[in-house]
Design a protein around this ligand. Structure first.
Ligand code: PHE
Length: 376
């Protein structure tokens, strides 16, 4: 008797029995549905759908079966693998969705929450107005010139026609730099903290080619007691033009330009005789009061606090460059003439913004800058 023909018996391969395939499938589905994280699902995939998973191993056995059994087993295993794959994909989807929702919750940012602001600082209004004035002149072809704040007396005084015995050296309450330590008694350093920005005129004339148009904003120092209208350290801005044929008419035009820039067009300016050693003739510059527009000076009118009912406000000193100054700077006064003007920046700021207390301009209180609409 021949041995039973087992060629058609699928039971031969245990892993391919219907029960065994169902068991492996159920095990896979349980592992998939109980995976609580994407990592756990990954482990389930390796265990139940990877190369060494029971279903994969079973599938590898299919080829060894005879044709009929192979078709049966193939269908069975194929269906099982499909179920596992679908369950895997569905669970993957679900876990990814859960993870994304979790991220939205844990990484949520309340953009309306106030935070601890560290103000980054701001441009100071004095710097802003100095820039604004400089820009007006730069637009007219002037260059910005700067000089040192510790200045040689010669630049600050002598070259500007202020000789050693001139009362202006006292008038300006000069702060002198002490001589070097160990210098013989009676030695002077010859250096001062510049009392005005006018030494920059001298430096410009000595170093720049003619014709010359410069504007020089900067710090100046005077030995003044601090009060509501005086600072020992303050800012000036100075203009200087040296060219052939310049007259006081040109000076007036330049002055009108800065008043227009600071207060808007339409305020008249007036020059009255004054005295500065470095200009001849010299004048002080007044502008029509920008608050009452001169009305308060009329009989019976409302008083004006800003111009003290004068109708005019003094804002600057000016004049034609003294030929002696031109000569000191090596310029031929028969060929060239010049004009100069200078004004205090804090004062201009106080006038244009109705500030009564000059100390506000240097206290460094950020609320002061903020009141100017400065971004901080
Ligand atoms: N330097 C003068 C001052 O400090 C101002 C000034 C500048 C006057 C230029 C005339 C010309 O008072």
């Amino acid at each position: 008797m021949s041995a039973p023909n087992k060629n058609y018996d699928p039971v031969e391969v245990t892993a391919l029995t219907a029960e065994e395939v169902e068991r492996a499938t159920q095990a896979a589905l349980t592992a998939i549905s109980s995976a609580r994280t994407l990592d756990e699902l990954k482990e389930a995939r390796i265990a139940h759908a990877g190369d060494r998973a029971p279903l994969s191993l079973a599938r590898a056995e299919i080829g060894a079966l005879p044709p009929q059994a192979r078709a049966d087993a193939g269908r069975r295993v194929g269906a099982a693998v499909g179920r596992v794959k679908d369950a895997m994909a569905a669970r993957q989807d679900q876990l990814e969705r859960e993870r994304d929702e979790q991220v939205l919750i844990t990484e949520r940012v309340d953009v309306t929450l106030p935070y601890d602001r560290q103000p980054a600082g701001a441009r100071h209004p004095v710097s802003m107005i100095a820039d604004k004035l400089s820009d007006v002149f730069v637009a007219m072809g002037y260059e910005v010139a700067e000089g040192p704040e510790v200045e040689a007396e010669w630049y600050n005084f002598d070259a500007l026609n202020i000789p050693p015995d001139h009362p202006a050296r006292e008038m300006q309450d000069t702060l002198f730099i002490a001589p070097p330590e160990g210098a013989p008694a009676g030695t002077r350093s010859g250096m001062v903290l510049r009392t005005h920005t006018s030494p920059v005129q001298v430096r410009s004339m000595l170093t720049r080619p003619l014709p010359l148009y410069v504007v020089s904003p900067g710090r100046a120092y005077r030995n003044e007691a601090l009060d509501a209208t005086h600072l020992p350290v303050f800012y000036q801005i100075e203009g200087l033009a040296v060219d052939e044929g310049l007259t006081m008419a040109d000076l007036r035009g330049a002055i009108q330009a800065f008043v227009d820039a600071l207060f808007g067009a339409g305020l008249r300016t007036r020059l009255r005789p004054d005295y500065f050693p470095f200009t001849e003739p010299s004048a002080d510059v007044s502008m029509e009061c920008h608050v009452c527009r001169g009305e308060s000076a009329k009989p019976g009118a409302e008083p004006c606090r800003v111009c003290r009912s004068q109708g005019w406000i003094e804002i600057a000193g000016c004049g034609m460059v003294n030929p002696r100054v031109l000569v000191a700077c090596g310029i031929d006064p028969d060929r060239y003439s010049g004009f100069a003007f200078g004004l205090g920046i804090e004062r201009a700021l106080m006038l244009s913004h109705g500030i009564n207390e000059i100390r506000d301009t240097y206290d460094g209180d950020v609320r002061f800058s903020r009141a100017f609409g400065t971004e901080i």
